[in-house]
Design a protein around this ligand. Structure first.
Ligand SMILES: *Cc1c(COP(=O)(O)O)cnc(C)c1O
Length: 407
């Protein structure tokens, strides 16, 4: 088989990649802002954002400049040495949040793995070797390592890999009484997404988050917010916890942090961080200068009043067009989410068929996502032009029409 780039097609995927994905039938080769082009030169409007990653669109000039500049300066040092981009990025994350300490890794799963290990280690060091229970939620998603699929609340991701890490209990999301029923002094942490993403775009209720915070305080358990998807401006504030006025002890961020360059971070307080000592946890790539330089440019660009306030205006545009589509076709049960993390839940009649809408949308030249089998998800660039929203949603409306007609 040749490796000439001209010779690879969608069919190559099914021969050379581990068969865990079912990618779209076209192969994107180029992106600019909220537009993407495939191998045939066909253009798409991008409301999928690489799964909530390309928060500044494709090839944003500030990110390209940072990547080029750092790419010609220093790529990698490992944690045997520290580096300037990592120190700058950590300082800026600390200035912008509750956090006092930062740990860099490369993916959402790794940031959560570090968070769960830290929560356990803190409880064991500060309280008791038996304080290991993690309370988590059905439909939660925290990544694909064995610990993170085990804390995640979806059996389809967790089963079939042998014995799981123990002492993890799951209860229904937004159900404070259910948390109370399992909370005790052996609990080291409650782990949740302030807006459940993969599970269907379900925001936490304010009473729920406040109540969980109080329960954690009463039982000396840490509150861990997985903001891998909901963070970095996606909700209209830098992190979603800022809408609720409920502060976690540990927060993870990834996806949009590097705008498409792989990087993630775990943020925590000085007190929680103080149980860690040299050699207790680590990573080769984490805090790589190249990744940190790009993420610093992403943070500088996103954490501005213009970008964050623009998210709300774009939210309203999406929701009003979705409502208009619904008035015509009556397919959505509920349109929900915050900022540019929007889910349109299908009516029971269409349950299990969200993927059909995604495929029909691609046919019409617009990329959308699903969040489970019943929800169509929109996670576009935070700086998408209003014109791109209107054009892309016109294409989506045609896709809905096609699906409804074919029924
Ligand atoms: C995507 C996601 C993860 C996993 O991130 P990876 O980079 O795929 O490891 C974890 N938590 C949430 C909330 C996510 O949306």
């Amino acid at each position: 088989m040749t490796t000439d780039s001209k010779a690879v097609t969608r069919a190559t995927h099914d021969k050379v990649i581990l068969p865990v994905y079912a990618p779209a039938q076209f192969v994107p080769v180029k992106g600019k802002g909220s537009r993407v082009w495939d191998q045939q030169g066909r253009e798409y409007i991008d409301f999928a954002g690489g799964i909530a990653v390309t928060a500044l669109g494709h090839c944003h000039p500030a990110l390209v400049a940072a990547l080029k500049q750092q790419g010609e300066t220093l790529w990698h040092t490992s944690n045997i040495f520290t580096n300037e981009p990592a120190l700058r990025l950590a300082s800026k994350l600390i200035d912008a949040t509750f956090a006092e300490r930062v740990f860099f890794v490369n993916s959402g799963a790794e940031a959560n793995e570090a968070a769960f290990k830290l929560a356990r280690h803190y409880a064991i060091k500060r309280h008791s070797p038996y304080k290991t229970k993690i309370i988590a939620f059905y439909n939660a998603f925290h990544g694909r390592t064995l610990f993170t699929v085990s804390v995640g609340g979806q059996a389809k991701y967790a089963d079939g890999f042998g014995p799981k890490p123990a002492d993890i209990v799951h209860v229904p999301f937004n159900d404070l009484a259910a948390v109370k029923a399992v909370m005790d002094d052996h609990t080291c942490a409650v782990v949740l997404e302030p807006i459940q993403g993969e599970g269907g775009i379900t925001p936490a209720t304010p009473e729920f988050l406040k109540g969980v915070r109080e329960l954690c305080d009463q039982h000396h358990a840490l509150l861990v917010f997985d903001e891998v998807q909901s963070g970095m401006g996606r909700s209209g504030k830098l992190f979603t916890y800022m809408h609720y006025g409920v502060t976690p002890d540990i927060l993870t961020t990834a996806k949009a942090l590097g705008g498409g360059f792989p990087i993630s971070a775990m943020l925590t307080t000085e007190e929680v961080a103080s149980v860690m000592t040299v050699g207790v946890h680590g990573t080769t790539y984490g805090g790589n200068p190249l990744a940190c330089a790009v993420a610093e440019a992403a943070l500088d660009t996103i954490n501005t009043p213009q970008v964050l306030s623009g998210v709300q205006a774009r939210h309203e545009r999406f929701v009003s067009i979705l409502q208009a589509i619904n008035e015509e076709h009556g397919i959505f049960e509920q349109i929900r989410g915050m900022g540019l993390l929007i889910g349109a839940e299908l009516k029971p009649k269409w349950h299990g068929q969200a993927g059909k809408f995604l495929a029909a949308a691609a046919e019409q030249g617009v990329m959308v996502l699903v969040a489970g089998p019943n929800v169509v998800r929109f996670v576009p660039s935070l700086v998408i032009d209003l014109e791109d929203i209107d054009q892309g949603m016109a294409r989506f409306a045609r896709a809905v029409e096609a699906v409804v007609k074919a029924e």
